[in-house]
Ligand binder design. Structure first.
Ligand SMILES: [Zn+2]
Ligand SMILES: [Zn+2]
Length: 358
């Protein structure tokens, strides 16, 4: 293996990286050593990396990373800058999206196409250094070539904020003619609603408790919304749907929302839970009711590389148009401004993407 060349954005043996050193204190741009490339790895010169809601949880400390300090960032795309000696299928210079979930490849889940459920999964930016940096190293099996028509910012958010709802939709086994309800119209929920409308052509009702989210819904093709602050949204869903929705999605992760999502369902309905929260489910639903109605409550976690591939094909073919959700772009040197935009509920931020110079 020849010595890998160095990206122009990193100099010599050092590079820039957004480092979190302690919880409750915002990360800062620092200089760290360029990570070495293992035999099965690729090193990617980062071009775009989204700041995700889960990064806020890591900064606050409600999600605890494997070590501190750590480089944040798990929603990434870039250009392959170096490849390990055992890597034959991907060349230096390839534009790629990064699947941030590094699975073991050997367990029952990995062997059956469910690498998202690998008990030994490690996520970049959480269990090892992430992609808000000049360079990131991942196994070569974790990069997916980007079609020329997909820019780096979109490629970055596909590999997390769009792939997560795509997997959840697959889990819901949505059928033509179904009515879908999406609880939480933040980045993930908005993408879920757009995919349900654009790819599956089903009717979508959005539920949220924020003015900005409810107001922007129509401009993303969601014509029916329910304001959760008005009371029990499930009651309103039943009034709008003549018997309830076929599928409901919970992207909120707050107390009582799963209950409303389940209560929104028709007989035979499926509720897919994606939102992450520490509260007990505490359903007041009778067990016999769930059985009599033949309903399902399904958890959905992450995605696999094939989900990212499918989405890139859909974007390339023009069947999906979601680029409008990248609402804010900042250079790596302005990471703090990106963080502020994501936190500011009046900023209108859907997805905030940090872009590195080429
Ligand atoms: Zn994320
Ligand atoms: Zn595994």
């Amino acid at each position: 293996m020849s010595a890998p060349s160095t990206a122009s954005s990193a100099s010599g043996t050092m590079m820039r990286a957004v480092r979190l050193s302690e919880h409750g204190r915002d990360p800062v741009l620092a200089r760290v050593p360029v990570p070495p490339v293992g035999r099965g790895d690729v090193r990617v010169a980062m071009r775009a990396c989204g700041i995700c809601g889960s990064d806020l949880h890591i900064i606050e400390g409600s999600t605890v990373p494997a070590h501190l300090p750590i480089t944040l960032g798990h929603e990434a795309s870039g250009v392959v800058e170096a490849v390990g000696g055992d890597v034959a299928h991907i060349a230096v210079g390839t534009r790629v999206a990064v699947n941030p979930m590094l699975s073991c490849g050997a367990c029952r889940q990995c062997r059956t196409g469910r690498a998202n459920l690998c008990p030994r999964v490690r996520v970049i930016g959480l269990q090892r250094d992430g992609a808000h940096a000049d360079l990131v190293v991942v196994p070569a099996t974790n990069v997916i070539p980007l079609p020329d028509s997909v820019d780096f910012a979109l490629g970055a958010i596909v590999a997390d904020a769009i792939a997560t709802p795509w997997r959840a939709i697959a889990r819901a086994r949505v059928q033509p003619g179904d009515v879908a309800v999406v609880y939480g119209l933040g980045g993930l929920g908005l993408h879920a609603a757009m995919l349900l409308r654009q790819v599956l052509g089903v009717r979508v009702i959005g539920v949220d408790a924020g003015d900005a989210a409810l107001e922007r819904a129509a401009s993303y093709g969601i014509d029916e919304v329910v304001d959760a602050r008005a009371g029990r949204p499930a009651t309103e869903i039943h009034a709008l749907t003549d018997g309830g929705a076929d599928v409901s999605f919970e992207f909120v992760g707050a107390l009582g929302v799963v209950e409303q999502a389940v209560r929104s369902l028709a007989y035979g309905g499926r509720c897919v839970v994606v939102g992450v929260g520490p509260d007990r489910l505490g359903l007041s639903l009778r067990q016999e009711t769930l059985v009599a109605r033949g309903q399902s409550i399904i958890g959905s976690h992450g995605y696999v590389s094939d989900d990212i591939r499918e989405l890139l094909d859909l974007l390339d073919s023009g069947r999906v148009a979601v680029h409008d959700t990248v609402s804010h772009r900042f250079p790596l040197t302005s990471y703090a401004e990106g963080l502020a935009a994501l936190r500011d509920r009046t900023s209108g931020a859907v997805r905030v993407v940090i872009e590195n110079d080429g």
